[in-house]
Ligand binder design. Structure first.
Ligand code: HEM
Length: 475
């Protein structure tokens, strides 16, 4: 599961594993790392909902404890122990998890929408006059970090350290310095918020009744930023790819629904940003779907294969959110509403500003980044009629070379001044905040790059007009 062939087309690999082994198959995550991969939806749910039989704490991993896996193995950063919500069980997990969910629940979605819109505009202003851009590098990679810096109340100097630190961790050459920079930035942020709390996730985590120490704060912050960045980038890129290449998502406003939300549903089912993760360790030898799993050997859930399990009826995906892209059970993603809102607004803003956007290569020629866990494009090159930048556009932030976070010479744009809206104290709505997109007309007409369908132009352009009309009536 680590080669380019798997990255380019994982579907046939899942099919073959299912055919040869059934619900659970032996796989290699790396030439030296063996695991079991759960491919069936039912078995995945059974595992995720059985914390009494399957634990998350990787200190149970026998191959690591026995020294059979080298400490510098590249899968360890994603699978090795750290004292945070993702890698703990029971009471310890409940303590971290309650601080995280309660803090994320205090975010006002309307304020978050404002952060995403402003961050999107800064990035779009940077490339709008060029008429072409790699949207993955210049948009999807940078946007989540810009938004997170605002969510976590990071002042510009600290944000710069965190962005450079997180970027460098994925740039192997610079990993040691990057780690130091990230740690320094986190310490600064925690010290700042201890002295001057604000209306931001960092301050809310700190003030939570479970009483996190500075060290615990840093571990949860690294988890939040790390867990959020890569899948968020992939959801934006994969959603844009689908909207730009699949004629089911072209059409007019007259259908009266939401093509961007529909595209996100489709991506979360067919190309979930974390394709294979939810790593668990059996607490004793145990059977799952008739397969014997050994105590202390890693079991990985294929969210991608489970979502596309032939045992599921495949024709009710749009509007159906029973997919496993956010996982399930006690470790299900605590940020799904925020993550969905960030992706929807980022895509909506881009299509609003550049309605004539088109892929510059056929979708099937786009390259994917290898790796067993993610479903991540390596590039998303597009062309569009050049548009002058908006007034007083601030500089745009870094763009990453290949990893999950931006890293280019461009400076990080300023974070909002205290007079700008803060995250607020509201709770999430039970369903995601509305986006302003609408259902497309279905079309079966095939299209080549460079010829955006009229239908697609129509709803994207109409979206711009509708948004402008709506914004004048807002309080
Ligand atoms: C499209 C975006 C996202 C996707 C697809 C996604 C998906 C997931 C999945 C599958 C898990 C379970 C992992 C496991 O069990 O090993 C998870 C956990 C988690 N996610 Fe997300 N996530 C996204 C965005 C975010 C964001 C934006 C944040 C934070 C701001 C976040 C924070 C977390 C945390 C803290 C956990 C661990 C929860 C626990 O173990 O109790 N995620 N996410």
């Amino acid at each position: 599961m680590y080669g380019q062939e798997f990255a380019d087309d994982p579907g046939p690999v899942y099919e073959r594993l299912r055919r040869d082994h059934g619900a659970v198959a032996p796989v290699l995550l790396d030439p030296h790392v063996e695991a079991s991969l759960v491919l069936s939806y039912e078995a995945a749910l059974q595992l995720l909902r059985s914390p009494e039989s399957f634990g998350k704490d990787p200190r149970r991993w026998k191959a690591v404890a026995d020294g059979r896996i080298a400490p510098d193995n590249p899968v360890l950063p994603m699978m090795g122990y750290r004292p945070n919500a993702l890698f703990t069980d029971g009471a310890e997990h409940a303590r971290y998890r309650s601080a995280i969910t309660d803090s994320l629940d205090r975010i006002d979605p309307n304020v978050l929408r404002g952060y995403v819109e402003r961050s999107s505009d800064r990035l779009i202003d940077g490339f709008a006059p060029d008429g072409k851009v790699d949207l993955r590098r210049e948009y999807a990679l940078a946007l989540p970090l810009l938004v997170f810096m605002e969510m976590f109340g990071c002042p510009p100097d600290t944000a710069d350290k965190l962005v450079r630190g997180m970027s460098g961790i994925f740039d192997v050459v610079d990993a040691e310095n990057a780690n130091a920079l990230l740690f320094e930035g986190m310490l600064e942020l925690v010290a700042l918020k201890r002295g001057t709390p604000g209306a931001d996730v960092t301050s809310w985590l700190m003030a939570h009744p479970v009483g996190l120490s500075d060290e615990e704060m840093i571990h949860q912050l690294v988890l939040l930023m790390g867990a959020g960045t890569e899948p968020q980038q992939n959801l934006i890129s994969n959603g844009l790819r689908l909207l730009l290449s699949d004629d089911r998502f072209a059409g007019s406003l007259s259908g009266g629904s939401m093509p961007i939300d529909d595209a996100l549903d489709e991506v979360l089912w067919s190309d979930p940003p974390m394709a294979n993760y939810g790593v668990h360790f059996p607490l004793r030898d145990i059977d799952l779907a008739g397969v014997r799993l050994r105590e202390g050997e890693p079991v990985v859930v294929s969210f991608a294969a489970a979502n596309n399990d032939p045992a599921l009826a495949a024709d009710h995906r749009i509007g159906n959110r029973a997919h496993l892209a956010w996982s399930a059970g006690p470790h299900t993603c605590p940020a799904k509403d925020a993550a969905r809102l960030i992706a929807a607004v980022a895509i909506e803003r881009l299509l609003d500003r550049l309605p004539d956007l088109e892929l510059s290569v056929p979708a099937e020629q786009l390259r994917w980044r290898p790796g067993p866990f993610h479903r991540a494009l390596a590039e998303l090159p597009v062309v569009f009629p050049p548009v002058p930048a908006g007034p007083a556009a601030p500089p745009v932030p870094p763009a990453a070379p290949s990893g999950a976070v931006p890293a280019s010479p461009r400076p990080v744009p300023p974070v909002p001044s205290p007079s700008e809206p803060q995250l607020g104290e509201r709770t999430w709505p039970s369903s995601p905040a509305p986006t302003s997109s609408t259902r497309p007309e279905a079309t079966s007409t095939a299209r080549t790059p460079g010829s955006a369908p009229e239908g697609r132009r129509r709803w994207w352009s109409s979206l711009a007009v509708w948004r402008r009309g709506r914004s004048t009536t807002r309080p």
